[in-house]
Design a protein around this ligand. Structure first.
Ligand SMILES: Nc1ncnc2c1ncn2[C@@H]1O[C@H](COP(=O)(O)OP(=O)(O)O)[C@@H](O)[C@H]1O
Ligand SMILES: [Mg+2]
Length: 302
C-alpha cells in the first residue's frame, strides 16, 4: 500500500513549558507571571486567552512576539523563534493601549506604519484602500485620530497591525473600553480575518465576546492555564437534550408532551420546560440598531 508523506503544516503557535518570572528585588521574592505554559494553536484558528487581570495573558502575547525573553521554556511561531525576522514578518500585533499620533488622520497613520514596515508606493496606496475598507473607517480617513471614538481607534489599530499582510494576529484586549456596538464591529472583523485564512490569538476578560468568535479558548489564573478546549466541548452539557419549539405552550400541552417524551424511557419528572433567553448584549444591539434614525458614531455614514 502506498503511503503519502505530506508534512503537516507547522502550528501557528506552540509553547512548551513557557515560563516568565520577574524578580521583585525589593521584596527578595519572585513573581511568576507565566508558569509552564503548553499551548498549541493551529493555522486558521481563532484562539481566545481568558482570565482575570494579572493572570498572564499579556505576558503570553509579549513572549510570542519576542518582546520579552522567557525565563524558561520555548515559544515557536510557525515553527520559528518569535524574535526571528522571518517570524516577525508573518505576525501583526494590536497592543493593549495602542499609542498613536493624535494629529495624524486615518490615512496618514496607515501610511506611517506602512513605511515603517517597508511597504511603499502604489503597493502602499492599494493596501491603505483595502484596509480602510476592511475595518470600515471611510469616515476616519481625513479626521485626526484625536476625534476618533475608542472603537474607531481600535479599528485603525487593527488596520495598522494588518499593514504588512501578516498570517497571524495577536490582539491584546481588542474590545477593552469599547461600547457594545463598537465591540460587535471588532468581533465581526475578527470573523472576517478568519474567513481570509488568518490565525487570530486574542485576549479578553469579556466572556460573551469571546464566545462568539473563538474556536478554542484557554482560561488563565495566576499565570497558569487552568482550562482549555473548544467552546463546543466546554459549553455543551452532555447529560441533557434541548428541544426548541417556536411557540409558547400552555400547561396542558406541556403535560401531553411530557407524557409523550416519557414513552421514550426518559424519567418524566426530570423533564423541564423553559423559555430560551437572549443575552443582554443581544437585546441591547437589537434595540439600538432597530431605531429608525440609528447612525453609529462608530460606523461610516451611508
Ligand atoms: N515588567 C514586569 N515586571 C514585574 N511584573 C510584571 C511585569 N509585567 C507583568 N508583570 C506581572 O505579571 C503578572 C501577569 O501580568 P499580565 O500578563 O500583564 O496579566 P494580564 O494581561 O492577564 O492582565 C501580573 O501580576 C503583573 O503585575
Ligand atoms: Mg493584559
Amino acid at each position: 500500500m502506498e503511503t503519502s508523506t505530506v508534512a503537516a503544516p507547522p502550528l501557528a503557535v506552540e509553547t512548551i513549558g513557557l515560563t516568565k518570572r520577574y524578580p521583585l528585588t525589593w521584596k527578595r521574592k519572585v513573581l511568576v507571571a507565566l508558569d509552564g505554559l503548553n499551548l498549541q494553536v493551529k493555522q486558521g484558528e481563532v484562539f481566545g486567552l481568558l482570565g482575570p487581570n494579572g493572570s498572564g495573558k499579556s505576558t503570553t502575547l509579549k513572549l510570542l512576539l519576542g518582546l520579552i525573553v522567557a525565563t524558561e521554556g520555548e515559544a515557536r511561531v510557525f515553527g520559528l523563534p518569535p524574535e526571528s525576522l522571518e517570524a516577525r514578518r508573518r505576525v501583526g500585533f494590536l497592543p493593549e493601549n495602542p499609542y498613536f499620533y493624535a494629529f495624524l488622520n486615518g490615512d496618514e497613520t496607515l501610511r506611517f506604519y506602512g513605511k515603517l514596515c517597508g511597504v511603499t508606493g502604489d503597493k502602499l496606496d492599494k493596501r491603505i484602500e483595502e484596509l480602510i475598507d476592511l475595518v470600515g473607517l471611510q469616515n476616519g480617513r481625513e479626521r485626526p485620530l484625536r476625534s476618533y471614538s475608542k472603537g474607531m481607534l481600535q479599528r485603525i489599530g487593527l488596520a495598522q497591525a494588518l499593514i504588512h499582510d501578516p498570517d497571524l494576529l495577536f490582539l491584546d484586549e481588542p474590545t477593552a473600553g469599547v461600547d457594545p456596538l463598537g465591540s460587535a464591529q471588532i468581533r465581526d472583523l475578527i470573523l472576517k480575518l478568519k474567513k481570509m485564512g488568518k490565525t487570530v490569538v486574542f485576549s479578553s476578560h469579556l466572556l460573551e465576546q469571546v464566545q462568539e468568535v473563538a474556536d478554542r479558548v484557554a482560561i488563565f489564573s495566576l499565570g497558569k492555564k487552568v482550562l482549555e478546549g473548544s467552546l463546543e466541548s466546554l459549553l455543551t452539557e452532555n447529560q441533557s437534550t434541548q428541544v426548541l419549539i417556536p411557540a409558547e405552550m400552555n400547561p396542558e400541552q406541556q403535560e401531553r408532551l411530557r407524557k409523550f417524551i416519557g414513552q421514550t424511557g426518559v424519567n418524566e419528572s426530570e423533564i423541564r420546560f423553559t423559555r430560551p433567553h437572549l443575552s443582554l448584549e443581544q437585546l441591547y444591539l437589537r434595540t439600538v440598531q432597530a431605531q429608525p434614525d440609528f447612525v453609529s458614531k462608530d460606523s461610516p455614514r451611508p
